[in-house]
Design a protein around this ligand. Structure first.
Ligand code: PMP
Length: 363
């Protein structure tokens, strides 16, 4: 409504304008208490209600069963690259990592500090990270403490279309960049986690959803702040939690529930990403999406121009039309459009119209 640009950033990313307006309206005086949310005691009655409501709302939104804890933590997804092996495996154990892009690669590297056998499930990709190898190529360890994967690789635009089958081995999913973008069967997972700054709220909060029977076995060296059982026992308030980020996320959860829930956003994501991929694939090679069709992300859509020297021109002209943050990740280059829940179908259409026009003038 009030924004002058379309923000296609990978994260921190666009938030629903309705949510920002509500936060603005409540900023100086939260529900008549005379203080900003940022100034409230995290143990006071107002914030206690905020965190309890946020938890109840994400539980409703994702249909999270009662035998899972929901933790609102600090440190970003990256901190959990260490916390996960520390909490769920011993130093001599074997853990399985499916590496489909740079984030799962980093997670596997971090795990090697705390667990002896970090098994790479997938063959090394021949052409960079452009697909999820077929199940017939996976080598899962029979004795793994868990299988780790990244449901959506933000940099490479590679996303799983189904939940990997692990034959009963606990499954951990990094959903940082596709959290709340579609309904998920939480019961298939041991842990779902991710940073909030893409599809949920402002940076500063990480959500960990963990099955309760997995709590309580952290390695002895685990820092208290990284021990999920300590955080679960204390309702995410062993210390001061990221109060404002929790409040903002709570507003987003409520907004998503009021707007049809995850089924509605899943449909929108399919429509938005479908339209964008069709525009790329139908451009007679002017634009090119490197990821194999079956592994394409609905959230982060990387593409190249066949004339790569035109990419800076593309970015510049897009910015002149108010479309910003379209530059691909510095590690891969090219263009990337991130289209999380807050990006509307109209905004994606505006991008597609610009792409058509750019092609006509530069082909
Ligand atoms: N995993 C994924 C899939 C990500 O996209 C990111 C951040 N871009 C991270 C992990 C790291 O998150 P953070 O910056 O919150 O540590």
């Amino acid at each position: 409504t009030m924004s002058k640009v379309i923000n296609f950033a990978a994260g921190p990313a666009k938030l629903p304008p309705t949510v920002l307006a509500k936060a603005q309206a409540e900023l100086l005086d939260y529900e008549g208490c005379g203080m900003s949310v940022m100034e409230l005691s995290h143990r006071g009655k107002e914030f206690t209600k905020i965190i309890k409501d946020a938890e109840a709302d994400i539980r409703e939104l994702m249909a999270i069963p009662d035998n899972y804890s929901i933790l609102f933590l600090q440190g970003g997804a990256t901190t959990n690259f260490a916390a996960l092996p520390l909490n769920l495996a011993g130093p001599e154990d074997t853990v399985d990592y499916m590496i489909t892009g740079s984030w799962s690669k980093k997670a596997a590297e971090e795990a090697t500090k705390y667990v002896k056998n970090v098994n790479k499930v997938l063959p090394k990709p021949a052409n960079g990270f452009t697909e999820i190898p077929d199940k017939s190529e996976w080598s899962l360890s029979p004795d793994a403490k868990y299988v780790y994967y990244c449901d959506n690789e933000t940099v490479h635009g590679v996303e799983f279309s189904t939940v990997p089958e692990t034959n009963g081995v606990p499954l951990i999913a990094d959903m940082s960049s596709n959290f709340l973008s579609r309904p998920v069967d939480v019961t298939k997972f041991a842990v779902i986690y991710g940073g909030a700054q893409k599809n949920i709220g402002p940076a500063g909060m990480t959500i960990v959803i963990i099955r309760n029977d997995l709590l309580g076995n952290a390695q002895a060296i685990t820092p208290t702040m990284l021990d999920y059982s300590v955080m679960a026992k204390n309702g995410s308030m062993y210390n001061t939690p990221p109060c404002f980020a929790i409040y903002m996320a709570g507003l987003v959860f409520r907004y998503l529930i009021d707007n049809g829930g995850l089924a509605a956003y899943s449909k929108k994501s399919d429509a938005k990403s479908g339209a964008l991929y069709r525009a790329i694939d139908g451009s007679d090679g002017f634009y090119r999406a490197p990821v194999e069709e079956k592994s394409r992300s609905r959230m982060n859509i990387p593409f190249r121009l066949s004339k790569e020297e035109l990419e800076p021109v593309f970015l510049e002209e897009a910015a002149k039309k108010g479309m910003v943050q379209l530059k691909g990740h510095r590690s891969v280059g090219g263009i990337r459009a991130s289209i999380y829940n807050a990006i509307t179908e109209e905004e994606v259409s505006t991008l597609i119209d610009f792409m058509d026009e750019f092609k006509t003038t530069h082909a």
